[in-house]
Write a protein that binds this ligand. Structure first.
Ligand code: ARG
Length: 262
């Protein structure tokens, strides 16, 4: 995670971002701190990277790397305003003894558009990550990749449309908002995950799908109450966090969280 020390909304690269609206960096820091402490309370270790002045979106650490079995595929941002984030994370990985660190040659917003189910890497495209980056991820990470087409600009990254509930299960469980995907990709998702938890427009519009699950606890925005009820019916434990300030940039709990697998 990266603290939102320099968080603002000073440019707009997704429909959530309105630079004319006021943003409180202080409130963003408080909400981010609560998220970090939530993970720690749940027993997860949190590693930190230093925030950098001039990179207001660096708090969204999920966009800067995809790590599976200790192999790292870095990122390459679409927006020039975020481009410099990638190298800060690349250096973090090298300083933390990650050996296999590869930087992508195609636009690749990492866990924003790549979600590991435990068996497959689901890969979003349509707004940010180049479809050619999906093939690159398959080669670099050595995992099977399934491409999915995103169609609603509000849900510009895969991680605001879908999350994995349990990546250790024999049959991975996912939750998604069908309307964020093309008709063909909806059919792919139904085929792969016939028992998925389906989210509603209301769940999606508070960034409820930008959740982080450890297989039992699901950390999600406090407004996503209907989704939380459905998750509880399936035996998961919803854990609410307030991310209202970070949402002004189009981000939620998952965007702030890069998962270090292995
Ligand atoms: N303002 C950021 C952007 O548009 C938000 C990124 C959110 N991150 C994510 N993983 N969805 O790039």
């Amino acid at each position: 995670m990266c603290p939102p020390t320099y968080f603002t909304v000073e440019y707009s690269i997704n429909p959530w971002m309105d630079p004319s609206k006021p943003v409180s960096t202080e409130l963003a820091v408080a909400q981010w701190t609560e998220l970090k402490e939530t993970y720690e309370r749940l027993g997860h270790k949190v590693e930190l990277i230093d925030a950098q002045p001039g990179l207001p979106d660096m708090v969204f650490a999920a966009n800067s790397g995809t790590v599976i079995d200790g192999r790292v595929l870095g990122s390459r941002f679409r927006a020039p305003q975020r481009a410099a984030e990638a190298d800060h994370f690349r250096r973090w990985f090298l300083e933390h003894s990650y050996r296999a660190v590869v930087m992508p040659t195609r636009t690749n917003e990492a866990e924003g558009d790549f979600t590991w189910t435990g068996q497959l890497l689901l890969a979003g495209t349509g707004f940010r990550t180049d479809p050619a980056a999906h093939a690159e991820a398959q080669e670099v990470l050595g995992v099977p990749v399934v491409s999915l087409q995103l169609v609603d600009p509000r849900f510009y990254h895969l991680d605001v449309a879908l999350f994995v509930l349990d990546d250790q299960a024999e049959r991975p469980q996912v939750c998604y908002y069908p309307e964020a995907f093309s008709a063909g990709s909806q059919r792919v998702l139904r085929r792969l995950f016939p028992d998925a938890v389906l989210a509603t427009a209301t769940d999606a519009e508070c960034l409820g799908l930008n959740a982080v699950s450890d297989g039992r606890n699901v950390v999600l925005p406090v407004e996503a109450t209907a989704l939380a009820d459905r998750l509880a019916e399936r035996g998961f434990e919803p854990v609410f966090v307030d991310i209202s300030e970070l949402r002004k940039s189009g981000g939620g709990p998952k965007c702030c969280t890069m998962e270090l697998r292995g």
